[in-house]
Design a protein around this ligand. Structure first.
Ligand code: IMP
Ligand code: MG
Length: 182
């Protein structure tokens, strides 16, 4: 299966369920190898929820026992890549002082969202803030940020599935795809 049709949209598979599962396992092993202390995992909602759910279970398999709390951020894009604003729609309830934190997001593009979250948690006294992203789109970076862990380099296309949406649709797809016909 290399593409599917849903409600008149044709979606081409970019990263299959099996490929994703393999990378998720690798990332969990990579996190475990850092031997994090008092690990708190913070998925950045909404797009990361499926990746985070799979990564958390893989982290259990890798011998880790993290706590989990959630953050929801909205980033407003300005016309120029040098500006743009991030707003906290839902904050974590956990005190991060002295803890190792792993932020999880779906896509790293401009880097603004994760740079904002990372700075915020570091300013609150986290011992270390690591980042894991499923996809890296390196072409549009505005903030100085590289993910500590990433699943795949992603072509410069709008992608959906595995938690990611187009106008709230397609989050349920078990693979990452791009919409070739709308
Ligand atoms: P940035 O790194 O601050 O630019 O934020 C990247 C965020 O933009 C991701 O977490 C997604 O929510 C969203 N995003 C970027 N590219 C795509 C895409 O191709 N499909 C769906 N969401 C995207
Ligand atoms: Mg997002």
């Amino acid at each position: 299966m290399s593409s599917i049709e849903i409600d008149g949209h044709r979606i081409k598979v970019l990263f299959s369920e099996a490929e994703i599962a393999g990378r998720v396992k690798d990332i969990a092993a990579g996190v475990a190898a850092r031997q994090p202390q008092k690990l708190l995992v913070v998925p950045v909602l909404k797009g990361s929820f499926i990746f985070a759910a799979d990564l958390l279970r893989a982290m259990h398999g890798a011998g880790l026992s993290p706590e989990v709390d959630f953050m929801m951020l909205a980033s407003y894009r300005a016309r120029t890549s040098s500006s743009g604003r991030v707003e906290v729609l839902r904050d974590i309830e956990t005190d991060v002082r002295g803890r190792d934190v792993l932020l999880i997001d779906d896509i790293l593009e401009s880097g603004r969202t994760l740079a904002y979250a990372k700075d915020l948690l570091a300013a609150r006294g986290a011992r270390q803030v690591m980042t894991a992203v499923l996809l890296d789109k390196p072409g549009h970076r505005a903030a100085e940020l590289d993910a500590d862990f990433k699943g795949f380099d992603c072509p410069d296309r709008f992608v959906v599935g595995y938690g990611m949406d187009m106008a709230h649709a397609f989050r349920e797809l078990p693979f990452v795809g791009h919409v070739v016909k709308t």
